[in-house]
Design a protein around this ligand. Structure first.
Ligand code: ACO
Length: 325
């Protein structure tokens, strides 16, 4: 028996040039490098330049992913772009990316699940590819969170950064075993009862303004580890995979303490955890593909490795994906 699997052909990322360190933040607001590192593990973040939009970051990441995959942009028939910081209210930033890549066939759309956006976008593209609707997809996470931060709110502005990451996925006929390459399983969850714990206080329909990010940090922290581990246990149950089988755990990079606690609860050994939060901060939907690109570029993630992804964010939304690289 054979099955269609969504196989990763390549990945790429892009970070804006400007770096903002904790020390530079401490010059502007009442905070310190020590406080930020101890509570979050973040040491610096990248900030998009004036006139540099989410679509620009996404196009750069997509081009890097296409080059890494060794495929032409014209072979892409689906673009799913996860972002909470679109260039405009509409059209979708994905169509700006499509146009920037010179593609005018197939479909391109945005997906909004905040920090879980990349896992939701991956699951969406995987379902389209496995159903036969499309053949080759770009799955992108791209954000300019610097544009929705209240730079006077020290409880939030120290946490986030800008960036983009992308992967190229292709539908391939496989024997369908867990040793075959491709996405093995995805699990998505949402619970809108928590929507006011992490939100942006503006929008076209409510205030006609863009608004700023607001967060009850402790409340997010309280729910994060339980939600993350639950949805990973779902991935293990669906596939028969155990924590020991996982080669690389590439979580959403929100906070080192959340990542460490989740890995510990799941018995995933620390050397298997890919961490980029120190250098990138929390780049929301971009954080997982950025971390993937780092771990592939430095030779850690290799063909055939079992890779576990997870994310949790505003909504709340949360999800996991298990794939054979
Ligand atoms: N620098 C110095 N002091 C600060 C800062 C700062 N940047 N921010 C807050 N403080 C102060 C507070 O004012 C408070 O002072 P007080 O005791 O005098 O009132 C004190 O530090 C403790 O504040 P808390 O908010 O209770 O600090 P906490 O230990 O919870 O750490 C943090 C805050 C880091 C936000 C933590 O709650 C957290 O990590 N939450 C998870 C949130 C997260 O990661 N969100 C990302 C988006 S969601 C996602 O991606 C999963």
């Amino acid at each position: 028996m054979t099955a269609i699997r969504s196989v990763v052909l390549g990945c790429g990322s892009y970070l804006p040039q400007q770096i903002l360190t904790n020390a530079q933040l401490a010059d502007r607001i009442d905070t310190s490098d020590e406080w930020i590192v101890q509570r979050t593990g973040i040491r610096q973040r990248h900030i998009a330049a004036e006139g540099e939009f989410t679509s620009h970051l996404a196009i750069n990441a997509a081009q890097a992913a296409l080059a890494n995959a060794g495929v032409d942009a014209q072979s892409i028939d689906l673009i799913v772009l996860a972002t909470s910081t679109p260039d405009n209210t509409f059209p979708a930033t994905a169509v700006a990316v499509q146009n920037g890549l010179g593609i005018n066939h197939g479909a391109a759309f945005d997906l909004q699940a905040v920090c879980s956006g990349f896992v939701f976008a991956l699951a969406t593209a995987d379902n389209f590819l496995r159903s036969g609707s499309f053949k080759r997809a770009l799955v992108i996470g791209a954000e300019t969170f610097s544009r929705i931060l209240d730079w006077n709110d020290r409880g939030t502005c120290v946490l986030f950064g800008d960036g983009a990451g992308a992967i190229v996925l292709e539908a391939q006929e496989q024997p369908g075993k867990s040793s075959d390459r491709g996405v093995l399983t995805t699990h998505l969850r949402s619970d809108g009862r928590h929507k006011s714990k992490l939100y942006v206080d503006g929008g076209p329909s409510s205030t006609q303004t863009v608004g700023h990010l607001r967060m009850e940090g402790r409340e997010v922290f309280k729910h994060a580890v339980g939600m993350i581990t639950d949805v990973i246990v779902d991935a293990f149950s669906a596939t028969g995979v155990t924590a020991e089988d996982v080669d690389w755990f590439i979580p959403h990079q929100a906070n080192k303490r959340i990542i460490d606690a989740s890995a510990h609860k799941l018995h995933i050994a620390p050397p298997k955890v890919v961490l980029t939060v120190d250098l990138h901060g929390n780049t929301s939907a971009a954080s997982i593909p950025l971390a993937i690109s780092v771990a592939v570029a430095d030779g850690r993630v290799k063909k055939g490795d079992l890779v576990l992804l997870e994310a949790m964010g505003g909504g709340f939304t949360w999800g996991s994906a298990l794939l054979r690289w």
